[in-house]
Design a protein. Structure first.
Length: 277
């Protein structure tokens, strides 16, 4: 059965391509659309993305998207285009401070150091994504949240948005975990400042964002890749032991060229299971 899917990501080819998320976020939405789903994608509008080259268009209803972030009023905006040679719509979230200055390294500075404000930047992105719904006049059945960058969407949605009006009802969340590295580590104090509720079973001052997300997400898809079997490490973590029933593991066996059809079927099954409950 056709579902409405809001696919949150920070990379789509050819707009931004740094990690394995880029290929996934390019091919999976297309294949889900071929299965009959109404899918829309959203990513930050980085300053290096050419509006002329990719034919980004103004969307009047997305010119001003107000929301609260870290105790202050914020306003984002968005433009629209399509993944080239497809009919998959992409919304580009604009922000002069958080997104425009970034280089095509995205998460690192030119000297290779990880940007210290990554966690706050993508928390801002996550809240802005959720805040677009009333302006789109569209209610998805599912948020598909890719990587540590979108991992806070399930928590923010459940803590601050679920049930507040007709645009925030009965939306399920799927967290897709592509990597387990230093990017997913965040200070507890930062999460609290951003209004993130932390489950009491999670201890310490430096937290893994996937642990935090595991208690809020309705389903978790872990992608194991050749040489990067991250599911073993994740399932040994206490948060994932608590939420093991939510977890699906996909073993991506391809080394040369990735076949996205099997993983699309796996994700489609997760979506079907969640929305049939």
């Amino acid at each position: 059965m056709s579902k409405k899917i809001y696919f949150s990501t920070t990379e789509i080819i050819p707009f931004a391509n740094v990690s394995s998320i880029a290929g996934f976020s390019t091919h999976i939405p297309t294949k889900l659309q071929e299965l009959g789903h109404d899918i829309r994608t959203i990513l930050p509008k980085y300053g290096f993305i050419s509006e002329r080259k990719y034919i980004l268009r103004e969307v009047i209803r997305l010119r001003q998207i107000p929301f609260e972030f870290c105790g202050t009023e914020a306003i984002a905006s968005a433009k629209s285009a399509f993944i080239p040679k497809t009919r998959v719509q992409v919304y580009f979230l604009e922000d002069e401070y958080w997104f425009k200055p970034l280089t095509n390294l995205l998460y690192k500075s030119k000297n290779g150091r990880i940007l210290t404000d990554n966690s706050k930047r993508y928390a801002y992105f996550s809240k802005a994504v959720i805040s677009t719904l009333p302006h789109l006049f569209w209610v998805p059945d599912i948020f598909v949240c890719n990587g540590w960058q979108s991992a806070l969407i399930p928590n923010i949605y459940k803590e601050h948005y679920e049930g507040i009006n007709e645009f925030y009802k009965d939306i399920k969340t799927v967290l897709v975990i592509h990597d387990l590295d230093e990017y997913s580590v965040v200070e507890k104090s930062e999460l609290l400042e951003m209004g993130i509720n932390i489950h009491p079973n999670i201890k310490g001052n430096k937290l893994n964002i996937y642990d935090v997300a595991s208690y809020s997400a309705d389903a978790i898809l872990i992608i194991d890749r050749p040489g990067k079997k991250i599911s073993t490490k994740l399932l040994n973590k206490s948060a994932f032991k608590d939420n093991k029933k939510k977890v699906t593991i996909f073993d991506e066996k391809g080394i040369e060229e990735i076949d996205y059809t099997p993983i699309t079927k796996s994700l489609d099954q997760i979506i079907s299971d969640l929305t049939s409950k």
